[in-house]
Write a protein of this length. Structure first.
Length: 270
């Protein structure tokens, strides 16, 4: 019996009428080509069954508290990630691996208090970062320095502590605002929360003279440390040498007594 073959034009028409199915959509999420919307689904973690061709992922208004190591499957085409209005308290240094093409990241309205320099290292293409409405009191410049293509940064509505610890961030923002490629939008206005006398004072309104005391304090602390540690280490070295010398003398005395006990006639002669 001969084989019945479908003509190639007919096969092409059948494929158009019945295209191959899209990868499975995570349960309870809404999916369309390139976009996955899992907002308001009561999620406590990132769904893993995501298509590799996902370009936009919406995870807002859920109950995600922690992004652990490799919280996301490899998503080489992901450009936008939104985690607004979750309960994020911690982002592991390896949580965002596999998201190297990401350009927009929205982490606003969460409970973040600390971000480490490793947090955003995988995001070498990130252009927009929203950290507004979290619980950040300070932010190390190294966290932002890991984002070479960053163009827009939103930091509003955080309880910024306007002490000497804010100086590194102020310097970084002042330096990068002068670049044409970087902007700090007006709605990202940074306002002091602590101390009380500076509450609602704009951080970027400070000048170099505002932090002069911090620099003087730092220098004076270095001098104080030098004058305290220097003499202390000198005295400690004297005590150490004296102690070691005493041990050596005591050791030789024990050896001599032991020698005399074994050969008493020789010891009497000496």
């Amino acid at each position: 019996m001969g084989c019945w073959r479908v003509p190639s034009p007919v096969l092409a028409l059948l494929l158009l009428l019945h295209p191959p199915p899209w990868p499975a959509c995570p349960a309870s999420c809404r999916c369309s080509p390139g976009e996955v919307d899992c907002s308001e689904r009561g999620l406590r973690e990132v769904p893993w069954s995501l298509s590799t061709n996902t370009s936009s992922l919406w995870l807002g208004y859920n109950f995600i508290t922690v992004l652990g190591p490799r919280s996301f499957p490899p998503l080489p085409g992901l450009r936008l990630l939104s985690l607004v209005h979750n309960r994020l308290e911690l982002i592991h240094g390896r949580a965002l691996l596999g998201l190297g093409a990401l350009q927009e990241l929205d982490l606003s309205h969460n409970h973040l208090t600390v971000l480490t320099p490793e947090t955003f290292l995988p995001l070498t293409s990130l252009a927009m970062l929203n950290l507004g409405s979290n619980r950040l009191g300070e932010l190390e410049p190294e966290v932002l320095g890991a984002l070479p293509l960053l163009q827009a940064l939103l930091l509003q509505d955080n309880p910024w502590v306007c002490s000497c610890t804010i100086l590194p961030l102020w310097r970084w923002l002042s330096h990068n605002r002068e670049k044409n490629c970087f902007s700090l939008p007006e709605k990202s206005l940074l306002l002091c929360r602590v101390p009380e006398q500076l509450n609602n004072y704009p951080i970027m309104a400070f000048g170099d003279e505002s932090f002069r005391q911090c620099q003087e304090t730092s220098s004076s602390q270095n001098y104080i440390a030098f004058f305290i540690i220097g003499p202390f280490s000198f005295i400690a070295s004297i005590f150490f040498c004296t102690f070691m010398g005493s041990l050596i003398v005591f050791y030789h005395s024990l050896r001599r007594e032991s020698h005399c006990w074994r050969r008493p006639r020789i010891c009497r002669v000496h």
